[in-house]
Design a protein around this ligand. Structure first.
Ligand code: NAI
Length: 214
């Protein structure tokens, strides 16, 4: 990767899509792909793809295109997906339980180690073989188990207090589903997920009759 260059968030957000398509190509036994073929497959222009990948040093070869496996591995490493992450879910309500039950994460190197809640009726319940633990003990758990990521699925009002506790305990990333902007120290990465944003974007494209991939 080029040193001292700040990569735009728009580029980072396109990388998982590149990776997904490269995985599909690998499954079909495709070894190499030209930038034009990759462009028509993925829906970005060839120049956009080149520009994006140039941020990290290129990876394509003139007259050859891209080596599918090589590029997949490079993008995985750029995204940090060549490691394993230990996560906990805070809030074992509808959303927390759905995330705990979605086993894709386990295959992709994101391991849900624990689930926490304040509700005594939920504490002790098993979700996907993981017992819901008392939120009281969250700091010790994060420290002892060296948890990397906290997934915030609590009510909006509790989210900042939960984030503060998780940051204090030592997580380096927060995946926040609560509909509130959280303040976190600079060394902690935060990604906010709002399904409704995606739905609103869909409504926009339906009403403008556009089909652009976002
Ligand atoms: P829910 O009410 O079913 O679950 C919330 C859980 O958080 C409850 O079990 C509650 O006891 C627990 N909780 C509250 N304060 C806590 C604390 N300090 N520590 C530990 N646990 C605590 O709500 P649901 O439907 O699961 O939604 C959870 C959050 O996700 C809400 O903030 C909701 O607005 C948000 N949400 C976001 C979506 C998105 O696209 N980002 C989609 C759906 C929900």
């Amino acid at each position: 990767m080029k040193k001292d260059t700040k990569i735009s968030n728009a580029v980072i957000k396109r990388l998982p899509r590149y990776r997904r398509y490269l995985k599909e190509l690998q499954k079909k036994g495709v070894d190499k792909i030209s930038s034009n073929e990759f462009s028509s497959l993925i829906g970005y222009t060839a120049s956009q793809i080149r520009q994006d990948l140039n941020n990290f040093g290129g990876f394509g070869q003139q007259g050859y295109g891209y080596n599918v496996e090589g590029l997949y591995n490079e993008i995985s490493a750029i995204l940090g997906l060549d490691k394993e992450y230990k996560m906990i879910i805070v809030g074992a309500g509808n959303l927390g339980q759905a995330i705990a039950n979605y086993t894709y994460y386990y295959k992709a190197g994101f391991v849900v180690c624990g689930i926490f809640d304040i509700n005594p009726r939920l504490i002790g319940l098993k979700i996907n073989d993981i017992e819901v633990m008392d939120y009281e003990n969250i700091v010790e758990y994060v420290e002892e188990n060296q948890i990397n990521i906290g997934i915030i699925c609590t009510t909006k009002d509790s989210a900042q207090e939960v984030a503060d506790k998780l940051c204090f305990a030592g997580v380096s990333g927060l995946w926040n589903f609560a509909p509130v902007d959280l303040e976190v120290p600079d060394h902690v990465a935060i990604e906010n997920v709002h399904l409704s944003d995606s739905l609103h974007s869909l409504a926009y494209h339906m009403n403008r009759n556009t089909t652009e991939n976002i």
